[in-house]
Design a protein around this ligand. Structure first.
Ligand SMILES: C[S@@+](CC[C@H](N)C(=O)[O-])C[C@H]1O[C@@H](n2cnc3c(N)ncnc32)[C@H](O)[C@@H]1O
Length: 400
């Protein structure tokens, strides 16, 4: 790529050369990152900002971050920002298979005066990640941020993560995980998606269990610490602990989702492999395997909330959004039931849709926990049974 096709942007504390978005925009002027010769998506700034707050929280909790690895780096913005914005990171390995991306990464490392703290490579990510342990290196934090599914890179990333280190994965292939492309989900994640109303949550839980199972096959426990959905992608941070017993124990948190189409209700069934009782029940449809436990480690979440409230993050463009998401996760996490979609239930019972806040108040007045779900603006997460939710909706709305 010639220099004049690049522009400099500032993201967080980094200055980054990226392809000029004007050259890769649709006729309506909207920038299409996938058209550019080197990938840089400003919409993923939230994902990167969140990771910075998360990593700083880990540091405060005493984690060592001597080596971070950004194996699918695009412009290098992620790894560069980690070095500039996370306290006391030693070194980063920043890699991309594409020679044009590699050349921009080198420029960006230099532009941010980070040459002494970065090793750059132009290799296949799996090759690099499999090679690292061979030369005595493992990452304290490895960030798998590919196009689409992270699964093709997970095995090697697991090998390359230190014991008690952390592994993050982004999945943008939500169409597969939510079941729009069911066969792609089965192929990639070895799980059956289910479109019953809370498919966005099912997708995230399938992603988690799929990574846990891959880790378990190597006697590694990949413990999900924080997982969320944003915009059009999933993001999960795992703590990696080696040991067959830990890996087996973690499998106790896998299970299935069962959907009773007639009643419009669904629930998790714990147990992996599939419990025979649900196989025999022909009235229900089954999805999974999937992660059936909490999506967020509450203790870590409290620390991230504390961290995110610090003034030092006011420079982050998305800090307000990060704080809102963390608050939502704090409210949702203790309720380990899939969320309900208000519009779906209203259409099932032929009622107009009341205000979400009123339904939440009604459920709380009945003594249940209830809050909005971060997965869907029409979603309510509650520990109330469906009939209580239906009662609240009926009392608040008119027939449609
Ligand atoms: C989604 S982009 C990365 C975005 C980047 N992580 C960020 O935060 O801006 C995925 C990148 O992976 C690179 N890539 C695709 N297949 C790869 C492979 N097998 N090994 C290494 N890099 C690969 C692509 O060239 C692309 O730059």
């Amino acid at each position: 790529m010639v220099e004049r096709e690049l522009i400099e942007v500032v993201e967080g504390k980094a200055r980054i050369l990226v392809p000029n978005p004007k050259l890769y925009s649709r006729p309506d002027g909207v920038y299409e990152p996938s058209w550019a010769p080197v990938f840089y998506n400003p919409k993923m700034m939230f994902n990167r900002d969140f990771s910075i707050v998360f990593l700083n929280t880990l540091k405060r909790l005493g984690a060592s971050l001597e080596l971070v690895v950004d194996p699918l780096a695009g412009s290098g913005v992620r790894g560069i920002r980690y070095l500039l914005e996370v306290e006391d990171i030693g070194k980063a390995i920043i890699n991309d298979i594409d020679p044009e991306a590699y050349s921009i990464i080198e420029k960006n490392v230099k532009l941010n005066n980070l040459n002494s703290r970065v090793e750059t490579y132009c290799l296949d990510a799996n090759l690099l990640l499999n090679m690292l342990p061979q030369v005595g290196l493992r990452g304290d934090f490895i960030d798998v941020d590919p196009f689409g599914s992270p699964i093709p890179f997970i095995d090697s990333a697991l090998w390359a993560t230190k014991n008690y280190g952390y592994l993050a994965a982004t999945a943008t292939d939500t169409a597969a995980l939510v079941g729009t492309h069911e066969r792609a989900c089965i192929r990639r994640y070895h799980a059956k998606p289910l479109r019953c109303g809370c498919e966005k949550e099912i997708g995230l839980r399938i992603l988690i269990s799929s990574i846990i199972l891959r880790a378990a096959s190597k006697d590694i426990a990949a413990i999900p610490i924080i997982a969320y959905f944003a915009d059009y992608y999933y993001r999960v941070f795992f703590k990696i602990i080696r040991g067959a017993r830990r890996a087996s124990k973690l499998l106790e948190n896998l299970g299935y989702i069962v959907y009773d189409r007639e009643k419009g209700d669904y629930w998790f069934v714990h147990g992996y492999p599939i419990p025979t009782s649900i196989v025999k029940d022909h009235r229900v449809v089954i999805g999974g395997p999937l992660w059936t436990s909490i999506l967020v480690d509450i203790d870590v979440l409290k620390k991230i909330l504390e961290e995110a409230s610090r003034n030092k993050y006011e420079y982050l463009d998305t800090i307000d959004r990060i704080r809102i998401l963390l608050k939502q996760l704090e409210c949702e996490t203790p309720i380990i039931k899939p969320y309900y979609r208000l519009d779906k239930i209203c259409s099932m019972i032929h009622k107009s849709m009341p205000k979400t806040s009123s339904v939440i108040e009604c459920l709380k007045a009945k003594g249940y926990r209830a809050c909005r779900s971060h997965f869907d603006y029409r979603g309510i997460r509650t520990n109330a049974p469906l009939n209580e939710l239906v009662d609240c909706i009926s009392s608040l709305s008119t027939s449609s």
